[in-house]
Structures are given as C-alpha cells and as structure tokens.
Write a protein that binds this ligand. Structure first.
Ligand code: OOG
Ligand code: NI
Length: 459
C-alpha cells in the first residue's frame, strides 16, 4: 500500500500549532495574551451577532482560533532562499515586498502565507520574514566581521533540508515525513540563550543597531513574536494591564471603525532575557538581550489600490501633524472621517475588495425570470450578497512602529531610502506575489461563481 500523503494545509497547521506550543513555553506572557484574546473574541461574538454571521458565511469563524502570524529576521541571502523552500512545503509563499530602511530599520522583508482561498480558510498562518541589509552598515570592518560570523552558521538542520529536497522531487511528503519535517523545521525558530559572539562584539553590533545584534549574535533566527487575531483590539489593549502586561502607547494602523479595514496592531515591550556570551578565552559571561515581544492584531477588509492610496495619504497626514501619543488617537479619528465607514459605500466607490455570494432568493428568482444584467442591479435586487475580503498582509508603517517600539526611540536611524527589491528577489530565488492581484482574483472568482449560480447573466 502506498504511504499516505500529507497535504500542505495539514503540514502548515501542524507546524503553526507546534510553533505556538514552543513559544508558549519560551515566553509565558504569550499564553496569558492568548487567553485574553480568546476571552475577548468570545465576548465580542456574543455581543455582535451580525459579525458572527458574516464570519460564518466566509468560513472565518473556524480559522480564528488557529490564526496567528510570527516574524523572523534572517542574516544571509541563502537563508532566505532556503526559508522560501521550507515554507513552500507548508503551502506558504512570499507575498509583497516591504522596505523598512525608509523607517530606519536596516531590513527588507516579505510575508510567507497561503495564497488561495481554500488554504487561507484552513489556516492563514503567516510569517513576516526580514533579511538584514548588511549593505546599510557603514563601518566596513564591522560589516566584514558580521558577514564572517553569519557565514559560519547553519540555521536549518541537514534533515530539514533533505526533506525539502524530497518534497521538491516527489511533489509531496508522506504523513510520517511531514511529522518529521515539522520537528526539524521547528528547530530553526527556537531561542538560543547562548550567543555565538563575545560580549564585546555583541556590544559593538548593538551600538550600530540593536537589530543587527539580534540577527548576527545567534545560531538561528528565533521567532520573535507570535500574534493572535482579535475581533476587538481596543478591548484587548484595555485588558492587558489587568493581566500584568504593559502595551505600547498607541495602536498602529487605522482608527476604530464600524467597518474595520486593513490591520490594527499593538504589542507589549520586548523582554530583557538572560544570555551567555562566549569570550575569546572560552569562558562564558552573563548578559542580556531584548528581542522577543508579544503582539495582537485585528484584521479588517483588504483595500483596493484606490482605497490603499487614500489610507496611506490620511495616515501620512496624521504622522506629519506629529501628535503626541495622547492626541494621536483623536488626530487619527479626525483624519479618517474622510474614509467612508459603510460597506455599501466602500464597495460602490471601489475602495475595498469583496467576496460575492448568490443568495437563495436570487437563485430562485433567476430560475423564473432572466436576471438583471448589471452588478449594481443584482446587488440592489438582493440577488447577490457581499462580504469584505479580509486583509491577509502587513503594513510597512505599522511594522516599522512595531520594530521601533521594541528597539527604543534612540535607535531610529536615517538611511537614505534605497529600496532594493531586485536584490531581495535574487536572494529569495523568486518574485514575490503581488497582494493586490491575489485579492482582485479572489473577488473576481467569487463573482464568477455567484453568476453561474444565478444562471450566468452577462454583465
Ligand atoms: C517584524 C515586525 C513586523 C508586523 O506585525 O508588522 C510585524 C519584526 O519585528 O521582526 O511582525
Ligand atoms: Ni507582527
């Protein structure tokens, strides 16, 4: 009998669960945060029946409890190349290019995530994956030293890479191989409390940028946070201090709205963790390192390029106003009055993406009479229902805010904005997917299916 094949969705779910279990042991506050988020989600669903119904229709209720994203920071081009191959086994592919150098963080990044509707419904696990840009270190000696140190590490176990090879040749793994793969791949993301460098080198790296020390001093790219999705981020932010967690001052992203858009995020400060540094004379000295933190997010509708342009413009004007944390929320809410907060307007003005469904009444009516031939008429007749498509990606300005709240304000630097997508894709060994194309396709596919159900009117 042939061995049972594992499918990519199953492997991803096994992996994200294993990652969550590992992180809960490594960072106990993560467990506390998970409890708070679960309690809040239950309460929100109890209070907002319509939200529950909408999530149910788009099959999102199921995924909510397993949904999370993590982040890692890599040091070498070939690490990114292999990371792409490892994530491909789990049905996760690079979507989007994020240049964080513009925000004073010397990395560029992509998000590995599932890209088709069925896979996203099963488990939308995402990993924000940054690559350190050593080319932005000006001190040549330090840059060469960082390169040498990074050159010596192997972040994947030999067996993990062997299993990736098997997957690439066979097109799948067996269930037994998949279980082994999850154990082996997980090893890459664990925390190492012993640095690969001396305290002195660590300090030099750290003084250049804390992020450089975080990447270069370790044997592997520890997962630095794992973020659950909440349905009410304001409630979680308010509940954090009661459970002994101190959140950052402001929630990143758009303001609170009746129709949530994109992504709102907040985090708690990185932990100062004990470390051992390996001195030249082979003795070890104790020190600390701050890297790992907790974060929560609330996801809303994916915006079209037009909607995104409006979002970016409004957010930029809030930031230009330079409000202090206390006034920030007021300023944000004020500016965003210019962003329609009503699903019907968001749809008719082409600001957000939607998934269409043929209604039962529509299907029955269209059996009796020829259906109307415009999208607007089908919607207003109640033959088509629409729900927002959830935003599956990240926001560079928010990501920079999250990075910075964990690096300390003194660590902001001004790199001349030199985006380098070509170098990133060369390292990755592939082009990143364009997220706008993925959302547009999901909308188009849903509409086509709905129209078939209504007897294929030509629009
Ligand atoms: C990644 C920060 C970005 C988010 O949610 O925007 C991120 C990092 O700190 O490595 O995870
Ligand atoms: Ni994050």
């Amino acid at each position: 009998m042939p061995a049972l094949r594992a499918d990519a969705d199953e492997i991803r779910t096994l992996f994200s669960r294993a990652m969550s279990d590992m992180y809960r042991v490594e960072v106990p506050q993560y467990g506390t945060l998970m409890e708070l988020v679960n309690d809040t989600n239950r309460e929100t669903l109890r209070q907002h029946e319509e939200l529950g119904a909408s999530l149910e229709r788009s099959d999102e209720l199921e995924r909510l409890n397993v949904e999370r994203h993590g982040a890692v920071r890599l040091g070498r081009a070939d690490e990114l190349f292999d990371m792409r191959r490892v994530f491909a086994v789990m049905g996760m592919h690079p979507v989007g290019y994020y240049d964080l150098s513009v925000a004073g963080v010397p990395v560029h990044a992509t998000a590995f995530r599932p890209i088709n509707d069925a896979a996203l419904r099963r488990n939308p696990f995402r990993v924000f994956t940054s690559l350190l840009r050593l080319d932005l270190i000006e001190d040549e000696t330090l840059r060469a030293q960082a390169e040498r140190i990074l050159g010596e590490r192997r972040i994947f176990t030999p067996r993990a890479l062997e299993l990736v090879n098997i997957f690439e040749t066979e097109g799948h793994l067996t269930v037994a191989q998949a279980e082994e793969f999850v154990r082996e791949a997980l090893d890459t993301f664990r925390w190492h409390s012993e640095a690969t460098v001396s305290l002195e080198v660590y300090k030099r790296l750290h003084d250049t940028h804390r992020l450089i020390a975080d990447v270069v001093s370790f044997r592997g790219p520890h997962i630095n946070h794992l973020t659950p999705r909440t349905l009410d981020i304001g409630a979680v932010q308010a509940g954090m201090p009661r459970r002994g967690i101190a959140p950052k001052a402001v929630i990143e992203g758009p303001p609170r709205r009746d129709c949530p858009i994109l992504l709102r995020q907040t985090s708690f400060k990185a932990l100062e963790e004990p470390m051992l540094f390996r001195q030249a004379n082979a003795t070890k000295v104790a020190g600390t390192h701050t890297a790992r933190f907790g974060e929560i997010e609330q996801r809303g509708a994916a915006l079209t390029p037009k909607g995104r342009e409006l979002y970016d413009r409004l957010l930029a004007s809030v930031r230009q106003a330079g409000a202090t944390a206390r006034d920030y929320d007021t300023e944000l809410a004020d500016q965003f009055k210019a962003f329609p907060d009503d699903w019907s307007k968001l749809r008719s003005q082409g600001l957000a993406f939607f998934r269409y469904l043929a209604t039962q009444a529509g299907i029955e009516a269209c059996r009796r009479h020829a259906p109307p031939s415009s999208l607007e008429d089908l919607v207003s007749a109640g033959f088509l229902h629409y729900d927002p498509i959830v935003y599956e990606d990240f926001l560079p300005v928010s990501a920079a805010g999250i990075f910075q709240s964990n690096l300390g304000a003194d660590q902001q630097q001004n790199y001349a904005a030199r985006s380098n997508r070509t170098a990133f894709e060369a390292a990755l060994g592939a082009k990143v997917y364009d997220e706008m194309e993925l959302y547009a396709r999901a909308e188009r596919d849903s509409l086509e299916q709905a129209l078939v159900q209504l007897g294929s009117p030509h629009l």
